[in-house]
Design a binder for this molecule. Structure first.
Ligand code: ARG
Length: 573
C-alpha cells in the first residue's frame, strides 16, 4: 500500500522536477494544514528566483486534486497541503484491510546478520547485557517484518584462558564423571570458587594452565568437558531469554570458539595481501585514518607477541564468516558505544582484507549506558544484585504489587500473566524508548508508571480500546470498514494512523526502535484526545461503526507496534 506522505512527496517531487532536477520537496507535518512543503525556499535560492514564484509554479505543475482539498502558498513560499476527507478515508480503509497495516516489504531485501546479546558464558547475565539483548531483538523483529532475511547471531564469549580453570573445577565437583547431572545453581559463585582455588592452590593453578594448552590444542576429552560447562551456562542464559521473551535460541549461538580454527587462516590471508606489519613482536595491521593523540598510527593487533590471538582476530574471522559462509550483505553489531573504535578498526581492516566487499555494509549499532540513581554506570547491586535474572524477577514483583489494588475481571492466573507482561514490558520499553546512543537512569517508578511514555501506558491503552468492543458487545467492524474523519479529532487520529509505515521505515533506517516508541506514544495520546471528544458508542449505527473502525485500527496498530518491539499487548488487563 503506497503510504500517505510518500504519495504526496512523489507528486510534489514530479512538480519540483519541472523546475530543476533533484530538489527536495521538504515535506513536513504542518500546524496550519496537514502537511507543508518547504522545498521552494532552497530551490529558489539555487535557481536565483523568488521563493513565492517558485512555490506558485510548483503548485501549478503538481497534480494533487485527487489527494488534497486545498493547496495554498503562504508566507515566504511554503506550500500548505490539506488532504481531502475522501483520500484520508480511502487510505485508512486500505490500511485496515491490510494484515500488515500498510507496511510493505522492502523492494530490495538484504541478508542481515544481527549480532546481539553476546554474553560471556562463565558468568550470569548481568544488567550490562540488557540493552544489547532488548535492542537487538527489536531490530531482528522489525527488519524481519520488512522482509529482510535476518540471521540472529549470539557471539557468546565461550573461549579463552578462564576455561582452563572452569574445567578443572568442573572435574573437582564431579561434573566430568556425571555430565548428565552436572548443574550449577549460581555461575558467578562457581567462577569465584574456581578463581579462589586458582589463587590459593599452586597445584590447581598448574593443572589449569595445562588444561588451557589442551583446550587450545583441541584435545578431545578437554573439549568434551568444555562442552558440558558451556551447555550448563547456556541453560542459565536461556532462562533469562525466556523471562525476557526474546527470539534467541541455542541455534543462534555462534560463539568465539567457532572462529578459533579460522584465526590462523585470517593471519595468513592478511599476510598474503601484504597487510601485516611486525610491531614489538606482534603482528599488526595499520588501517588508514586511525591515529592516537600524538598522531601516531594505531595498530590493530591480530596476533600478540606471545603467539596468542585476541578479539581483533576473532572479529575479523567473524566478518569473514558472515559475508562468506552466511552470505550476509548487512552486518549489524548491537554492541555498546565504548567498543566503537575497536569495531571501526575491525571494519576498516576487514575491507582491506576483502572480507567486506563494496556490496556489503557493516554497521555498529551502538548504545549508551544504563545508569543507577547516582548517575553512575549500573553495573551491580540493582535491588541487591547484579544478575539480570534478579532484576527481571523484581520487575514482575513490582508490577504485581502495582496492579494489586486495581479492579479487574481477571482471575488470579490471568492477573499473574498480566503482571509478567507489564513488568517485563516496562523494563524493555524503558530501554527501547530511550534514543539508543543516550544513557538513561534505571528508575523503577518511572518505567512502571501508568502515565507517560511507558510500556504499561501503551499496554493499557491497547487493552482499554479492546474493552470498548467488549462493553459494546459487538465485534470490531469488518477489516477495511470506512472510518469517519470529519471531526478534527477523528482527522488527527486518522493522520497519525497513516504515519505508521513511515514510522517503521524511519526506525529501520536508523536502527532506532525509540522512533517507533515515540510514534506509538503519540498515537496513544492522539487516541485519548479523540476518545474524550468523540463519543463512540452512539445510537447512530453509521457513526458508531465508522468510529469503531478508528478504534479497531488504533488497537491493531498498537498491538503490531508493540509486538515489533518484542512486547505483549494483552486484550484485557
Ligand atoms: N562478548 C563480548 C562482550 O561481552 C561482546 C561481543 C560483541 N560482538 C562482537 N562480534 N564483538 O564484551
Amino acid at each position: 500500500m503506497p503510504d500517505t506522505s510518500g504519495v504526496l512527496r512523489q507528486r510534489l517531487q514530479a512538480a519540483f522536477d519541472t523546475i530543476a532536477p533533484d530538489a527536495d520537496p521538504v515535506l513536513r507535518p504542518s500546524e496550519r494544514a496537514d502537511f507543508q512543503s518547504n522545498g521552494a525556499l532552497a530551490l529558489a535560492k539555487r535557481v536565483g528566483r523568488l521563493p513565492r514564484q517558485v512555490a506558485d509554479e510548483v503548485v501549478d505543475a503538481a497534480s494533487l486534486d485527487d489527494l488534497c482539498a486545498s493547496v495554498e502558498v503562504s508566507g515566504q513560499g511554503f506550500i500548505n497541503l490539506t488532504l481531502s476527507e475522501e483520500f484520508i478515508a480511502d487510505q485508512l480503509a486500505a490500511m485496515g484491510a491490510d494484515e500488515r497495516l500498510g507496511v510493505d516489504v522492502v523492494p530490495a531485501p538484504q541478508t542481515m546478520v544481527i549480532d546481539y546479546s553476546s554474553p560471556n558464558v562463565a558468568k550470569e547475565m548481568h544488567v550490562g547485557h540488557l540493552r544489547t539483548t532488548v535492542l537487538g531483538d527489536a531490530l531482528a523483529r522489525i527488519l524481519g517484518f520488512l522482509g529482510h532475511a535476518v540471521l540472529r547471531e549470539n557471539h557468546i564469549g565461550d573461549w579463552g584462558t578462564p576455561f582452563g580453570m572452569l574445567i578443572e573445577r568442573l572435574i573437582d565437583v564431579g561434573g566430568a564423571a556425571d555430565a548428565e547431572s552436572f548443574s550449577v545453581r549460581d555461575l558467578n559463585a562457581f567462577y569465584a570458587e574456581a578463581r579462589q582455588h586458582f589463587d590459593s592452590d599452586p597445584a590447581f593453578g598448574e593443572r589449569c594452565r595445562r588444561r588451557v594448552v589442551l583446550l587450545q590444542g583441541g584435545d578431545a576429552e578437554t573439549l568434551r568437558l568444555w562442552r558440558i560447562f558451556v551447555a550448563e551456562s547456556l541453560r542459565h542464559i536461556d532462562e533469562v531469554y525466556g523471562m525476557l521473551g526474546v527470539l534467541l535460541t541455542d541455534e543462534d549461538v555462534v560463539g568465539e570458539s567457532f572462529y578459533n580454527p579460522w584465526l590462523p587462516v585470517v593471519v595468513d590471508e592478511l599476510a598474503a595481501r601484504g597487510l601485516l606489519v611486525e610491531d614489538d613482536g606482534a603482528q599488526c595491521v595499520f588501517p588508514d585514518g586511525f591515529t592516537n593523540r600524538q598522531g601516531d598510527p594505531l595498530p590493530l593487533i591480530v596476533r600478540k607477541s606471545d603467539g596468542g590471538y585476541g578479539y581483533p582476530a576473532t572479529d575479523l574471522a567473524c566478518v569473514r564468516d558472515r559475508t562468506g559462509r552466511r552470505g550476509a550483505t548487512t552486518l549489524l553489531y548491537v554492541v555498546g558505544a565504548e567498543q566503537a573504535l575497536h569495531l571501526r578498526m575491525v571494519f576498516a581492516v576487514a575491507a582491506m582484507a576483502g572480507y567486506l566487499p563494496e556490496t556489503s555494509a557493516a554497521v555498529h549499532v551502538g548504545f549508551g549506558l544504563v545508569l543507577g540513581p547516582d548517575g553512575k554506570k549500573l553495573a551491580s547491586r540493582v535491588g541487591g544484585s547484579e544478575r539480570l535474572a534478579d532484576l527481571l524477577t523484581e520487575a514482575v514483583d513490582r508490577a504485581t504489587a502495582s496492579i494489586a489494588g486495581r479492579p479487574s475481571d481477571l482471575n488470579a492466573g490471568q492477573r499473574a500473566a498480566v503482571a509478567r507482561t507489564l513488568g517485563i514490558g516496562a523494563v524493555k520499553y524503558a530501554d527501547l524508548s530511550t534514543e539508543r546512543m543516550r544513557d538513561y537512569v534505571f528508575d523503577w517508578d518511572r518505567m512502571l508508571a501508568f502515565e507517560g511514555n511507558t510500556g504499561p501506558y501503551l499496554q493499557y491503552a491497547h487493552a482499554r480500546i479492546r474493552s470498548i468492543f467488549r462493553r459494546a458487545e459487538m465485534p470490531p467492524p469488518a477489516r477495511g470498514a470506512r472510518p469517519s474523519v470529519g471531526e478534527p479529532p477523528e482527522r488527527a487520529l486518522a493522520l497519525q494512523l497513516l504515519e505508521f509505515p513511515a514510522a517503521i521505515a524511519a526506525t529501520a533506517e536508523s536502527y532506532s526502535p525509540s522512533k517507533l516508541c515515540t510514534y506509538l506514544f503519540d498515537l496513544a495520546t492522539t487516541f485519548t484526545t479523540f476518545y474524550e471528544a468523540c463519543r463512540v458508542l452512539v445510537d447512530d449505527v453509521a457513526v458508531r461503526t465508522a468510529r469503531l473502525a478508528l478504534c479497531d485500527l488504533t488497537a491493531r496498530t498498537l498491538a503490531l507496534g508493540l509486538s515489533l518491539l518484542g512486547m505483549e499487548a494483552p486484550e484485557q488487563m
